[in-house]
Structure formats: structure tokens, C-alpha cells
Write a protein that binds this ligand. Structure first.
Ligand SMILES: Cc1cc2nc3c(=O)[nH]c(=O)nc-3n(C[C@H](O)[C@H](O)[C@H](O)COP(=O)(O)OP(=O)(O)OC[C@H]3O[C@@H](n4cnc5c(N)ncnc54)[C@H](O)[C@@H]3O)c2cc1C
Length: 403
């Protein structure tokens, strides 16, 4: 194997593996470094703990990278046709329907492990992608406009561009000396599979409680994926309950709308942070996905904005190659940043505001939230705008994902 690659991607996650395929399809020679053994990332017998709700724009991207059929093949991917958000007091509510949006669903639920497995399977079939797993980038040196990297096993490779797709604790971000702005939400999300007594009706359900939103995402086998965003204290208290008592609290949280909701799989919890890289690029370096931004998962947009990064970065790199510009060129990389950063900030800001209003104990804020939900629900123009945003159609959309 020659030691020169057009691009080296750190991280074979949802974002990194999709960028690798997008670039390889355009003829780039790509090296992917992943520190976990690949078989550990592959689908298990059951849905993994973390699921994502893919927007129609993400579906387009997954189709472009030839992963959509593979996702369908798993039998796990579940369309949702409706979304219903309501407030604890029951006064404010917001509903969306796929009908009239031009898409056959508002989105699709799929667990992250299975998606990552399908993407990696696809990447392994392409001759111009090399994946090295169970290994790490150890050090780098800039050499005549390129970067020479050394892996933990001592092997060395040269490239013009290193893409950090290595998640929220990105090592590439540190290497490129890119600071972040962020804070902890002081919250955790409890996730896992649960089985409601009544049908989920292929709907995403979300109710705002005092400590944060509680959501059920529909799964193909009648179960739902739970996302219960709450304080550290309440999360720890809930996870310490026996299954019967947990089920009581959960069913109560949804006002017994679904009858009894039983635990139907393993439960886990993730701490929540907002994190935003102050720049997405340096000469020879670019960040994408959670390496560039981690957001509150209450609207399920994290990986979707990561896929928009992926599609935009691939588009800019293809244009650079056609124009004979080095893939590490800062001016070209800045164009990618310009196209993504403002829109990611808009989404992050909206989610942050939403999160703050969702946990505020102030009667005024609660009233405004109720009013906001009801008003948005009654104003077709606002609702259409919100639906397009939730479907991933906003801002400077890369050509691969245009509706
Ligand atoms: C509780 C919870 C619920 C969520 N729900 C949703 C949702 O419904 N919808 C949605 O869109 N998003 C959701 N998200 C966010 C979503 O999971 C992330 O945005 C998404 O996983 C980011 O993908 P990524 O590829 O950028 O990073 P990651 O998924 O973190 O992947 C990074 C990859 O890089 C590898 N890696 C890390 N460091 C190194 C290193 N030093 N060297 C080599 N490899 C490395 C990792 O092993 C991994 O394979 C949720 C997040 C949480 C915490």
C-alpha cells in the first residue's frame, strides 16, 4: 500500500464513514482511522441504545452513499409519519404530518450501531478506501504543504487533508489547535427500548416535563426508543428504580396515553453538553459532525447536521479537485465552513433556547412556551418553516441532498 492518500479521516462513525464513501465515489483515495475494532461497531442482535431520527435530507445523503438499501435490509429502519409535541400543562401543542410535505415520511428512526455497520460494510467494498481499525493517530508533522502522520504502530502516511470526524472529544480538533465554546446542560438522557401497551402509531411523541422533555420514537416491532432528558439527580434516581416502578413513572410521564409502558431492553444514560468548535478548518484540517458541534438531542438533529456537513465538505472537495486546488487549501476549506457554520449555529441556538425554556420553572417562561407551541401550531407559514427545518431543508443545501 502506498503511503499517500488524498484524504485521511479520523473516525469511522456515522459522519466519517459517509464522507469516506462520498469521496471514494468521486475517485479520491481515502484512509480511515478508527480506534475501536470494527466488529465492535457492527449491528448487534437488537437495536443499539442510541438511535437517530434521520431527516429526508439525511435519507438523500444515505442514498447517495449507497447505504439506504442496506439500512432497509436490516429491517430495523422505521418511518415516522407524524410528530406530536405537547406541554406538561397540556395547554400548548405542536403537531406535524408527513402528508403535504412531499416526502413519504417526516423521518426515519434507526439505531446508530446498525447504521454505522451498514456504512462500514459499504466502505469496505470500495477499493479506494482503506480502513485501519484498532489503531490511533499518534503524531503529525507538516511537510511542504502536506501532513505526515504517524500511527500508534509506527506506520506513516502522507495527505493534504485530515478530516476530524472523531466525535465530541475530537483529537484532530486538539491537533489543529481549535478551541471550543460550550457548557454542560447538567442533564442526562436516559435511552433504551420500551414497549407501550397501545400502538405508537408511527409517531414521534414528546412531552415537556418540569425537568426536561420525555420522548418516544417508534420502532418497527411495536416498541419505542425512549429519550428521557432530565437532571442528573432524577436520571440516577430513575435508573435505580426496579422495572415496575420505572414503568409506573414513565407511563405517568405520558399521562397513561399509551397505557402501561414496559422496559423492553437495556437502559443507559448519556450526559448532555453543548460544544461548538470556534472554527471548523485550519490549513490541512477540517472538522465535521460532533467534532465540530454537539447539540442537545431534544429535536434529534445532531447527526442530521453532521450529514449536511459531510455532503457539503464532499461537494467542496470535489470542486477543489476539478479546479486543481490542493485539498488542504485554507481558502477552499473556509468555503465549507462558511456554508455550514451559520446554519449549525442557528440550529444550536434554537435547540439551546428550546432546552432552556423546556426546563425553566418560571411561570412566565412556561406560559410563553405553551403560547409559542400553540401559536406555531396555528400559523401555517411558521409551521411550514419549522417542518422544512426539521426535515433538513434550510440554508445552503449541498446538491447531493436537494429535494
Ligand atoms: C442521548 C443521545 C441521543 C441522540 N439522539 C439523536 C437523534 O435522535 N438524532 C440525531 O440526529 N442525533 C442524535 N444524537 C446525536 C448523534 O448521536 C451524534 O450527532 C452522532 O453520533 C455524531 O456522529 P459522528 O460520526 O460525528 O461522531 P460519533 O458518532 O461520536 O463517531 C465518532 C467515531 O470516531 C471514533 N473515534 C473517536 N476518537 C477517535 C480517535 N482518537 N481515533 C480514532 N477514532 C476515534 C469513534 O470510535 C467513533 O467511531 C443523540 C446523541 C445522544 C447523546
Amino acid at each position: 500500500m502506498s503511503n499517500r492518500f488524498d484524504v485521511i479521516i479520523n473516525g469511522a462513525g456515522l459522519v466519517g464513514s459517509s464522507i469516506a464513501i462520498g469521496l471514494a465515489k468521486a475517485g479520491f483515495k481515502v484512509l480511515v482511522i478508527e480506534f475501536h475494532p470494527l466488529e465492535k461497531l457492527y449491528p448487534q442482535d437488537d437495536y443499539g441504545l442510541r438511535v437517530s431520527a434521520f431527516t429526508p435530507s439525511s435519507k438523500k445523503w444515505l442514498e447517495y452513499v449507497d447505504a439506504w438499501d442496506g439500512l432497509q435490509h436490516t429491517g430495523r429502519i422505521t418511518p415516522f409519519l407524524h410528530m406530536h409535541v405537547w406541554d406538561e400543562g397540556g395547554m400548548g401543542e405542536l403537531t406535524f404530518d408527513a402528508a403535504g410535505t412531499g416526502s413519504d415520511a417526516l423521518g426515519w428512526i434507526m439505531d446508530n450501531e446498525a447504521t454505522q455497520g451498514v456504512l462500514i460494510d459499504r466502505a469496505l467494498k470500495l477499493d479506494n478506501i482503506t480502513i485501519l481499525d484498532n489503531t490511533k493517530l499518534e503524531s503529525f508533522e507538516k511537510v511542504a504543504g502536506d501532513v505526515e502522520v504517524t500511527l500508534s504502530n509506527g506506520d506513516q502516511y502522507v495527505t493534504a487533508l485530515i478530516i476530524g470526524a472523531d466525535g465530541g472529544r475530537s483529537m484532530v480538533r486538539d491537533w489543529a489547535n481549535i478551541p471550543t465554546t460550550g457548557w454542560s446542560y447538567g442533564q442526562k438522557t436516559i435511552v433504551g427500548q420500551v414497549r407501550p401497551e397501545k400502538s405508537h402509531d408511527n409517531t414521534c411523541w414528546q412531552r415537556f416535563l418540569d425537568n426536561g422533555p420525555l420522548a418516544l420514537l417508534p420502532l418497527n416491532d411495536g416498541r419505542c426508543s425512549l429519550a428521557w432528558h432530565t437532571t442528573y439527580e432524577e436520571a440516577d434516581e430513575l435508573l435505580a428504580l426496579d422495572p415496575e416502578a420505572f414503568s409506573d413513572r414513565l407511563s405517568e410521564g405520558f399521562q397513561w396515553k399509551f397505557g402501561r409502558i414496559e422496559i423492553a431492553g437495556e437502559l443507559g444514560a448519556y450526559p448532555l453538553r453543548l460544544n461548538h468548535a470556534q472554527t471548523y478548518v485550519r490549513e490541512n484540517f477540517a472538522l465535521a459532525g460532533d467534532a465540530a458541534h454537539s447539540i442537545h438531542p431534544l429535536a434529534g438533529l445532531g447527526v442530521n447536521i453532521g450529514y449536511l456537513d459531510s455532503a457539503t465538505l464532499v461537494e467542496e472537495l470535489i470542486n477543489a479537485k476539478k479546479a486543481g486546488i490542493s485539498l488542504g487549501d485554507l481558502t477552499m476549506l473556509k468555503r465549507y465552513e462558511k456554508r455550514r457554520k451559520v446554519h449549525n449555529m442557528l440550529i444550536m441556538g434554537s435547540m439551546d433556547l428550546f432546552k432552556r425554556s423546556s426546563t425553566s420553572q418560571s411561570k412566565v417562561v412556561k406560559g410563553a412556551r405553551n403560547l409559542g407551541l400553540s401559536a406555531a401550531n396555528k400559523l401555517p407559514f411558521v409551521k411550514r418553516k419549522l417542518a422544512r427545518m426539521a426535515m433538513g431543508y434550510y440554508g445552503d443545501i449541498p446538491s447531493f441532498v436537494k429535494p
